[in-house]
Structures are given as C-alpha cells and as structure tokens.
Design a protein around this ligand. Sequence first.
Ligand code: NAP
Length: 215
Amino acid sequence: MRIAVLGTGEAGRRLGSKLVSLGHEVTLGSRSADNPRAAEWAAGHRSAHGTFAAAAGGAELVVNATGGLVSMAALEAAGTENLRGKVLIDVSNPLDFSAGMPPKVVTPDGGSLAEQIQRAFPETRVVKTLNTMTNTIMVDPGRVPGDHVVFVCGDDAEAKSVVTGLLRSFGWPEARIVDLGDLTGARATELVLPLWLRLFGIFGSADFNFALPRA
Ligand SMILES: NC(=O)c1ccc[n+]([C@@H]2O[C@H](COP(=O)([O-])OP(=O)(O)OC[C@H]3O[C@@H](n4cnc5c(N)ncnc54)[C@H](OP(=O)(O)O)[C@@H]3O)[C@@H](O)[C@H]2O)c1
C-alpha cells in the first residue's frame, strides 16, 4: 500500500520503518520538503519524503504522527483534498507540556483530538490507535511479555478493519486488538496518557503496556 506517515519524530520514523519492512511504499511527511531528519530516514529506507501535502496526496492511507497540539495545523497543511476518502490512522496525543511535567491533556470541547480531526475532515476515515504505548512496542508487541493490548476506535467499520489488518501485520494477535467502538472511544484512550506518563516516571522505562485480564 502507498502510505504517508505525517511526522518525522520517533513515532513517525518507527512506524515508517516498520511499514517499509512489510513491503509498503512509505512517504514521510514534514512541514518542509527538505527536512534533514526526513531526508536521512528516506535515504536509509529507500523511501520518499516531502511536505505533508505531497506525502498525503500520493497515499492511499495516511498516518498522523505529529504532535497532538499541532496535528490540526499539520493536517490542514496536508490538505482536505489530499485526505478525502482516505483512512487516517491517528496515533497522536494532545499533551500540553508548556507548564512542565506532568502535562495537561487538551480535550477539545470535552471530546478528543481524534473527533476534532474527524469533524474538520468529515470525508476522511479517522481511526485512533497505538497512542497508548511507546513507539517501539507499537511495531513490536513481543518486546514486552504478557497479553497486553492495543485499542482501536473509529466511526467507519471498513476503515477499522483495514487498520486492524495492519496491526496484525505488526504482530498484534486479533485477541489483543480491543475495539472500543466509535471514535468517542478516543476520549478514553487520549486520557490514558497521564497514567502512562506517571508509570513511565516510576518505572524509568517506556517498555510496558496495559493488559486487560478478564474473568
Ligand atoms: N514517541 C512515542 O513513542 C509516541 C507514542 C505514542 C504516541 N505518540 C504520539 O505521536 C505523535 C508524534 O510524537 P513524536 O514524539 O514522534 O514526535 P513529535 O515531536 O511530537 O512530533 C513531530 C512532528 O510534529 C510536527 N510539527 C511540529 N510543530 C508543528 C507545527 N507547528 N505545525 C505542524 N507540524 C508540526 C513536526 O514537523 P517537522 O517534521 O516539520 O519538524 C514533526 O513532523 C505525538 O502526538 C505523540 O503524542 C508518540
């Protein structure tokens, strides 16, 4: 599949690398066409890079791996036309670190960033997933032991099925992909971050994830 990964941070590059290793054609998107980090990644992965708009325009599926507080700006730069009809995997977290640690979760209108994105791009099929764990575990769930889970939510059943297919290809067993229903589920997963960050501080490591043992 032709996939645009918008975001040149650790999450974007990690997801891009995994997708390339699985045979997808990836373009890493950035604010500028000559972003050195994107250029270095692209050269190392025989892949492409470009502006958010160029990356999204050529893609069948788009990943939003930009900072949560700038995701709307990044997606506006990507452009409504370039996102129209496409599945958009949103892994972002709307965290405000401006007053230091711990950060504040920014919940637009009491909802979630994912819903804000869906409202702004109604013809794009937003699926929220992978935002509740560190990037290394996203693409390599076997990195930590146990039946830990990944959450998925979105309003478009077919889009969710495309995304769960990708998650399975990352190594997530079907039984550990937890469907939270429609995109309002993102209100829950975006609010997991204060707990995640608190645990990260206590453990001194990001190598952990959440499991849901049930009777
Ligand atoms: N890192 C993780 O392990 C992890 C885990 C779970 C979820 N996430 C989420 O994934 C997202 C990416 O995280 P990250 O740590 O990889 O990278 P990040 O530093 O949060 O974001 C980097 C991206 O944001 C873009 N950006 C910065 N300012 C911008 C602006 N004013 N307008 C438009 N775009 C702007 C950058 O553009 P340029 O390329 O032009 O610099 C870059 O592509 C975040 O929302 C984060 O919460 C990350």
